[in-house]
Design a protein around this ligand. Structure first.
Ligand code: NAP
Length: 298
């Protein structure tokens, strides 16, 4: 597929033979996935186009079931559709079934297959850091992103200490993970400051999965005891806008290694791309497109 660049955005030339993929979300306007995927299609000269579809929750089932009729190869699901989509699918991959969330649908003939690439996307950038296997990971947050993270960590053999503003959500998530990986997760109560400090001091990995610190409230800090951060700790913040959150800045100042959410975004997208096309995309091109969209060209 030929493409041109207009004002920093990859604009694919659409032909009658172009294959369509996309993302269903509500809202979907701020998604970085169209830029990321279209850049990779252009780099590989694949005749695909990635389209954002604003899909209201009440329209999700009809939208998903229309995919085969429209000849759409597949879609990503983003907020708030990842869990609701399960009941509209013909097959769900084992990891997505365990997590209870699907972020990628693939139409195979007329059947709808669901996958979850968030866990693989989360784990991929961790491989460049020597985080000891079977060590302790502290996870802050128990929302949708945390679900994939905690399942992926437990599946990889980590012990997880989990805390969340709403304790009941942490308890529910821990119970769901524990049912698959017994003994892998414990919950830290929000007011158990000493226990939290001790867990962070002992941990090799701290994962921040809440939206605290996200643009535009960039000065906000999640509930993490900064005094317990130590140089052997990798602090991984899933937020990618801003690229360096205040938490990552504070962690870097205390000698920690840090990782932002850009690589996770890219790798969950790359895994979806491979499911749809059978080809592993150039992740450097995808990362460049994301950073460009975020106004931070490298
Ligand atoms: P979500 O399901 O809405 O969950 C939000 C989480 O943040 C919950 O744990 C919530 O706690 C917590 N939270 C929100 N406001 C808070 C506050 N003021 N104080 C304390 N905790 C607060 O959202 P999500 O889908 O998990 O996304 C969370 C973040 O991850 C977002 O910044 C998103 O951009 C990022 N993310 C990144 C990637 C990536 O590829 N890098 C992928 C997915 C998500 P309660 O349960 O108490 O409400």
């Amino acid at each position: 597929m030929e493409s041109s660049e207009v004002l920093g955005t990859y604009v694919p030339f659409v032909r009658g033979s172009s294959q369509v993929v996309g993302v269903f979300g509500c809202p979907v306007e701020h998604s970085l996935s169209p830029a990321m995927h279209n850049a990779a299609f252009a780099a590989l000269k694949l005749s695909y186009i990635y389209v954002p579809f604003p899909v209201q929750p009440q329209a999700l089932a009809a939208a998903v079931r229309s995919l085969p009729a429209l000849g759409i190869v597949g879609v990503n699901l983003t907020i708030p559709h990842k869990e609701a989509v399960l009941s509209s699918l013909d097959e769900v991959a084992p990891y997505a079934r365990r997590v209870g969330a699907v972020n990628t649908v693939h139409c195979v003939d007329t059947r709808l297959h669901g996958h979850n690439t968030d866990g693989a996307g989360f784990l991929a950038p961790l491989r460049s850091f020597d985080v000891p296997p079977r060590s302790l990971a502290v996870v802050v947050g128990a929302g949708g992103a945390a679900r994939s993270v905690v399942f992926a960590l437990a599946e990889s053999g980590f012990r997880v200490a989990l805390l969340n503003r709403s304790a009941s959500r942490a308890v529910d998530l821990a119970a769901a993970v524990d049912a698959c990986y017994p003994g892998s997760v414990r919950v830290i109560e929000t007011d158990a400051r000493a226990e939290l400090g001790q867990a962070v001091a002992e941990a090799s990995l701290l994962v921040q999965t809440t939206s605290v610190g996200m643009h535009p409230a960039e000065e906000a800090l999640p509930d993490v005891p900064l005094e317990a951060l130590h140089p052997a700790l990798l602090v991984y913040d899933l937020i990618y806008n801003p690229v360096e959150t205040r938490l990552l800045r504070e962690a870097r100042a205390r000698g920690c290694r840090t990782l932002n959410g850009v690589q996770m975004l890219v790798h969950q997208g790359a895994a979806a791309f491979e499911i749809w096309t059978g080809v592993w995309p150039p992740t450097d091109v995808m990362e460049h497109a994301v950073l460009r969209q975020l106004g931070r060209d490298q």
